[in-house]
Design a protein around this ligand. Structure first.
Ligand code: SAH
Ligand code: MG
Length: 203
């Protein structure tokens, strides 16, 4: 499973993926589902899906699969072969399906294809773990924080990717929402691996 995750396309270094897996593998057995915002081609979905499997729950992998701002043509993280020639738009859904299938995780990983705010407006289910790795601009990051963190169950985990306390290392918004979680007094830091932060909601 680890090698499948390491081979998969995406933006999750092996040590951080393993940290995510280890944290996720501590959620209650047979409890609430996990949800990730931002699946891209399914790399982080393998780490979380593997943990969901051992904890006998599921991972909802939420992404509109059209890429973030930085994945669009002309931006730093654009991958031209991910453009669908028919529509001319980025489409990571085929790659995501292949990754999840090849890892044998189809029973454990449920794709939710849509905009995180739209889905969040109708979501009604507490989460044992929420992983935020969607749009990294200020607006999308803060909106994901506001929309989704209320669904983290007491004692549940909030994981945030690309948290860079030093501005020279990367963009601010993921760090800002990490600070918001800490400043809310509802979350305490559990685990730090690279730019991954895992927090626990007080129970
Ligand atoms: N976790 C992935 C990387 C995610 S990249 C990995 O391990 O490789 C960020 C993803 O967030 C992109 O696939 C993009 O399509 C998605 N995204 C950005 N804004 C979104 C939104 N508003 N709703 C749903 N998905 C969004
Ligand atoms: Mg990331």
């Amino acid at each position: 499973m680890r090698s499948k995750a390491e081979e998969a396309r995406g933006f999750m270094p092996p040590d951080e993926g393993l940290g995510l897996y280890e944290a996720a593998a501590t959620v209650p057995l047979g409890g609430c589902p996990m949800l990730e915002i931002g699946s891209y081609c399914g790399k982080s979905s393998i780490y979380l899906g593997a943990a969901a499997r051992v904890r006998r729950t599921v991972l909802f992998a939420l992404d509109h699969h059209r890429g973030s701002e930085e994945n669009q043509p002309g931006w730093e993280w654009h991958e031209p072969d991910l453009v669908d020639p028919q529509s001319g738009l980025v489409d990571t859904l085929p790659g995501f399906r292949r990754t999840v299938h090849d890892a044998g995780l189809e029973p454990d990983v449920v794709a939710v294809v849509g905009d995180s705010t739209t889905v969040g407006r109708w979501w009604r289910t507490p989460l044992s773990l929420l992983f935020i790795d969607g749009g990294h601009g200020a607006e999308p990051a803060h909106r994901d924080y506001e929309t989704w963190t209320p669904w983290v169950e007491p004692g549940g985990l909030l994981a945030i990717h690309d948290v860079f306390p030093d501005p020279d290392d990367g963009g601010r918004p993921p760090y800002e929402i990490f600070c918001r979680a800490i400043d809310s007094g509802q979350f305490t830091e559990q685990r730090v691996v690279g730019s991954l932060r895992v927090l626990r909601r007080s129970g």
